[in-house]
Design a protein around this ligand. Structure first.
Ligand SMILES: Cc1cc2nc3c(=O)[nH]c(=O)nc-3n(C[C@H](O)[C@H](O)[C@H](O)COP(=O)(O)OP(=O)(O)OC[C@H]3O[C@@H](n4cnc5c(N)ncnc54)[C@H](O)[C@@H]3O)c2cc1C
Length: 248
């Protein structure tokens, strides 16, 4: 049996998250349920104008459910083919993909956890957080279930207020769950921004210092992932407690 499956995904909804970023919702054509683990990614395949076939990886931004739908959080990359191809898709369009792949998934048993992301690196963390906190019918889970009442922090970095993705959603999750702490930080926030400023790694020590009993899940571009891994190791963390996914 093949270790992964090929699917045709049909775009059902597309919304803008910022000038260059989109939230895309798909459903897998012809299967009733698409099984994956929160944090995994799919490989998408398309043909360039010269006929060359290319594949690119995209993290699933939605939690696993009982149907065949899933979402992506997509950033347009300048001069990139696949990111723009996906962002330009219209509702009803179809694309081939394979998966799910990856072991950037929650490690049991649940511990207090810091999630760190920049930009669309928030995608797999959104999948994990929704899986931890919200069943499909939207009711909050009791504290003795998936998150087990552990303290969870999301430190996510963007440039300006306009670049924060899923802001209202994470604010709502934090308002509904006293053990979820949402810490968006802006490197170029406006004068009116009341929240944290600077890079994500500047805010990680406030949560992680003296805490070698936690897990960290870090996702985004290599430079940021490296900076945060090195920081956590310098704080005495075991490398096995630091899980990460690099986009480049
Ligand atoms: C496991 C995994 C999961 C990923 N998940 C996501 C996701 O959920 N959302 C998402 O938007 N991207 C994600 N990516 C990145 C994605 O796979 C592509 O690399 C990205 O969309 C660029 O593809 P492209 O074909 O448009 O550009 P390419 O032709 O591949 O690249 C064009 C140029 O841009 C540079 N570049 C490549 N990627 C980036 C980037 N992310 N930011 C800035 N410059 C870049 C390249 O070095 C190159 O010079 C993921 C990558 C991996 C490995």
């Amino acid at each position: 049996m093949a270790p992964f499956q090929s699917f045709t995904a049909r775009l059902t909804r597309t919304t803008s998250l910022s000038e260059l970023t989109r939230h895309l919702e798909f459903e897998m054509a012809s299967i009733p349920r698409f099984g994956f683990v929160a944090g995994q990614w799919l490989s998408f395949k398309a043909n360039m104008p010269d006929g060359e076939e290319i594949t690119r990886a995209y993290s699933i931004a939605s939690p696993p459910g009982s149907n065949s739908s899933f979402a992506l959080c997509l950033n347009r990359v300048q001069d990139g083919f696949m990111s723009n191809f996906l962002c330009d898709m219209k509702e009803g369009d179809e694309i081939s993909c394979q998966g799910p792949f990856g072991d950037f998934i929650l490690r049991p048993p649940m511990r207090d956890t810091i999630f760190v992301a920049t930009g669309t690196g928030v995608a797999p963390l959104r999948s994990m957080l929704h899986w931890l906190f919200q069943p499909e019918d939207g009711r909050p889970l009791p504290s003795d279930s998936r998150h087990q009442g552990k303290q969870l922090w999301l430190v996510c970095g963007n440039r300006t207020e306009k670049d924060i993705y899923y802001h209202d959603e994470f604010l709502r999750l934090a308002a509904e769950n006293t053990n979820f702490h949402y810490l968006p930080t802006l490197s170029r926030g406006s004068a009116g921004w009341q929240g944290l400023r600077g890079y994500v790694q500047e805010h990680v020590p406030a949560v992680a210092q003296g805490r070698t009993d936690m897990h960290a899940y870090i996702c985004g571009l290599e430079k940021m992932v490296k900076a945060n891994r090195e920081l956590l190791k310098s704080l005495g963390w075991d490398r096995k407690s630091i899980l990460y996914e690099k986009y480049d």
